[in-house]
Design a protein around this ligand. Structure first.
Ligand code: ZN
Length: 161
C-alpha cells in the first residue's frame, strides 16, 4: 500500500541538522506512527512521503518554511532581570516557561545576559533550520473513519485517550 492522504504511516527516522548533529531519532524505540495529511508532522516531511510504501528508505531535506518556520525577530526580546524571580543564575541556553498577557504559555530560551538585561528567544528551537530526515517506512495502512474524524492515530502505538 502506498502512502496517501489519510493513510496511517509507521516509520523510523533520524533527524540531523546541517551541522551533522543528530537532533532526534526513533532508532532503538518504537517507530513514529502518524496520520498522513492531517498536520500530525511538519508539512515538508508529510508531503515528501506520498507514494512511498513499506520498506522504502529516503532522505528528505526540509526547508524552514516547511518545517518549524523561519526565525521571527519579534519573538526575540530584551527583558529586565527581575522578571526571573527566584532564579539565582541566568545563563545563555537556559529555558523557561513564560506566560504572555493573554495567558499563552510558551518556551523561551535565554540568548544572552548583559547586566540587568536578559535577551530571550521564544522561537521554536528548530525555527530557521534546515532539517535532514533519513526515513525508513515500516508499515502503511488505511486509517479508520474514526481516526480520520479525530485527525490522529488510535491503537497500540498511536494516540491514546
Ligand atoms: Zn481520537
Amino acid at each position: 500500500m502506498q502512502i496517501a492522504k489519510h493513510t496511517v504511516v509507521s516509520m523510523h527516522y533520524t533527524l540531523t541538522g546541517d551541522d551533522g548533529q543528530v537532533i532526534d531519532s526513533s532508532q532503538g524505540a518504537d517507530p513514529l506512527v502518524f496520520l498522513q495529511g492531517a498536520g500530525n508532522i511538519i508539512p515538508g516531511l508529510d508531503n515528501a512521503l506520498i507514494g512511498k510504501s513499506a520498506g522504502d528508505s529516503l532522505d528528505v531535506r526540509v526547508v524552514p518554511e516547511e518545517g518549524y518556520g523561519v526565525i521571527d525577530e519579534h519573538l526575540i526580546q530584551q527583558v529586565p532581570r527581575e522578571m526571573f524571580q527566584g532564579v539565582d543564575t541566568i545563563e545563555p541556553g537556559m529555558t523557561f516557561q513564560a506566560q504572555d498577557q493573554s495567558g499563552y504559555i510558551q518556551r523561551v530560551e535565554v540568548k544572552s545576559v548583559d547586566g540587568d538585561t536578559v535577551t530571550i528567544d521564544a522561537n521554536h528551537p528548530l525555527a530557521g533550520q534546515h532539517l535532514n530526515f533519513a526515513v525508513t517506512i515500516v508499515e502503511v495502512r488505511a486509517a479508520t473513519e474514526e481516526e480520520i474524524d479525530h485527525g490522529h492515530v488510535h491503537g497500540p502505538h498511536g494516540h491514546h485517550h
